[in-house]
Ligand binder design. Sequence first.
Ligand code: 13P
Ligand code: SF4
Length: 380
Amino acid sequence: MGITDLLLLGQGSDLASERGVSCPGELPAPSDPDLRERARRARATLGDQVFVLGHHYQRDEVIEFADVTGDSFKLARDAAARPDAPYIVFCGVHFMAESADILTSPSQRVILPDLAAGCSMADMANYEQVAACWAVLDELGIGQSTIPVTYMNSSAAIKAFTGEHGGTVCTSSNAHTTLTWAFSQGERVLFLPDQHLGRNTAVLQMGLTLGDCVVWNPWKPRGGLTDSQIKNAKMILWRGHCSVHARFSLDSINDVRSRIRDVQVIVHPECQHEVALNADIIGSTEQIIKTVSNSPAGSKWAIGTELNLVKRLAQQHQDKQIVFLDKSVCYCSTMNRIDLPHLVWSLESLVEGRVVNEIKVAERTAHFARVALDRMLSLI
Ligand code: 13P
Ligand code: SF4
């Protein structure tokens, strides 16, 4: 069960109350003209007591108040590097706040300003499904020689599963390094939960073929695969995807190339394989920012990643032509749950001595998830 399901269960079926469940009647109105001033005041009052992290996909109104911005890898490291801050306000999604809780000291408290900020991709792999898959691998005698690797975009329970079974975590910035390590430890990899990041890294960066990869469908008996398909695979890809990045298509690339002469297409590795294959550059969020920022004036870019980031890059680099790869793709709706009213509410609550929306990972889960995360951090 994912965070979204839990939230809905906790509230019955009243979707209208979703925003209200974590801050009943206390959320400032989005139209409040003093919101920015309130955020500034609360930040100033809290001083070094609070450390605000902002993922690159957050809204501008939230990024304005972040102490640091980054992709999920950088933010995990940044959170771990601030042991002196008692409160970490994580402007991102649930799995990122969980990782921050795991990597910070027990006395530090991590806050997610809106508990509805989950991730549909992370929800596509739950512990029971992954354990059932592993039982099949064990039954086939290949559990010992399979290394589980999960993308950062997964629940703490899935990270813990990989830690407990000799595996690790990766992010879009370090998937190549991590998979290279995994193949030095075993014969095949079970890659969770994003099939596209797994396939793109294995095929486009590591020289594996599409034939080396199979897709495990958690909704079908034995993943919908034959025993020999499972045993012969080098990469067992979980059937998960990002509901934003998987929407970019080859048509969007062809269309933008026909409209803008000499445009360079740069996409996130969560995009489908044929999109990655036909792009000029594939890069994590952080790599996209660096590449576009360091390109000469007059460069033309079509960017396939979350819209908040693409709009910000276009705003910051007006000497370049920067367009969104596909006009029909929209914001990540869960990233967008964190808005200025929720940020102000969580900060003002801290000023009043109340910790709201704390994200706390159970100790056993945190222990094994830390094993997996520390393994990842030691590879870099
Ligand atoms: P990165 O932050 O690792 O680039 O991941 C992108 C993403 O989808 C975060 O939710
Ligand atoms: Fe999840 Fe995709 Fe949104 Fe990232 S962009 S939080 S992977 S749904």
